[in-house]
Design a protein around this ligand. Structure first.
Ligand SMILES: NC(=O)c1ccc[n+]([C@@H]2O[C@H](COP(=O)([O-])OP(=O)(O)OC[C@H]3O[C@@H](n4cnc5c(N)ncnc54)[C@H](OP(=O)(O)O)[C@@H]3O)[C@@H](O)[C@H]2O)c1
Length: 230
């Protein structure tokens, strides 16, 4: 059976770039999201769309069935209560997607798009529905899932490379900066292919300078999460 890459949030501004890159590599790609209209407007030709809401486990069975790789690239919401609270999307939503993606016995590589500052409990962003706490809890679920995974923590997103062409990967959540959606998309897609990107969590930023030589060597300089915890 041909490989199937599922991009949850695939019609989003970063998600659609991920979808495009996967298609260019000849992958079969399914984008999952809440809005068919959003998907029609934003998905490149060749991608299929399946309706699914990460907050609703019943909606995820079909969209995730048979996935050999999964990218989770969903906007969290910022309410303190109700359906648009980060707990629902970034924690329960991640749990729901992992459950659906493994229901048939598959063990897909899962790339989770998170964000910088998730370990900074006192950061002002955490006032919005404990956004950072729930994102970090979702990361933890993935790290403990036993699945091959990569956690990508982008800096502040830009549509272009005005913050620079060089990509800087860091670990430890101490850095700050901006990064282009195209570079985040590249990181996600290359992470699915590079063994060096398995089992790692990293922040990603742009800085002035020439584009980096290879993703393999960038990923190769990272510590495995297990090594960081030990
Ligand atoms: N903005 C920043 O500076 C920044 C910094 C670091 C990290 N990030 C994170 O990077 C990721 C990509 O950001 P972006 O700005 O490119 O995203 P975006 O354009 O806002 O797209 C997010 C996607 O999430 C989907 N989505 C939202 N709720 C969903 C749900 N309950 N179930 C399924 N799909 C859902 C939306 O599709 P539908 O509406 O069709 O469902 C949309 O396509 C996000 O996780 C974002 O939080 C952002």
């Amino acid at each position: 059976m041909e490989n199937l890459a599922v991009v949850v949030g695939g019609a989003g501004r970063t998600g659609r770039l991920i979808v495009r890159r996967l298609l260019e590599q000849g992958e079969r790609v399914r984008a999952v999201g809440r809005s068919a209209q959003h998907a029609r407007r934003n998905l490149p030709p060749g991608a299929t769309y399946a309706p699914g809401d990460v907050r609703d486990p019943a909606s995820l069975g079909r969209p995730l069935a048979g996935a050999s790789t999964v990218v989770f690239c969903v906007e969290p919401g910022t309410d303190d209560e109700g359906p648009d609270r980060p707990e629902a999307t970034m924690f329960l939503g991640v749990a729901n997607v992992l459950e659906a993606a493994t229901a048939g016995g598959e063990r897909p590589h899962v790339v989770l798009v998170s964000q910088l500052h998730v370990t900074h409990q006192g950061h002002p962003l955490n006032a919005y529905g404990r956004l950072l706490d729930w994102r970090r809890a979702g990361e933890e679920l993935l790290r403990e899932s036993g699945l091959p995974y990569t956690v990508v923590r982008p800096g502040w997103l830009l549509d272009d490379r005005s913050a620079g062409h060089r990509v800087r990967l860091e670990q430890g959540d101490r850095g700050f900066g901006q990064v282009s959606r195209p570079d985040v998309a590249d990181a996600c897609v290359h992470a699915l292919r590079c063994p060096e990107a398995r089992g790692v969590t990293f922040e990603i930023f742009n800085e002035p300078g020439p584009a980096s030589a290879s993703w393999e060597s960038a990923f190769g300089s990272l510590e495995q999460d297990r090594a960081l915890v030990a």
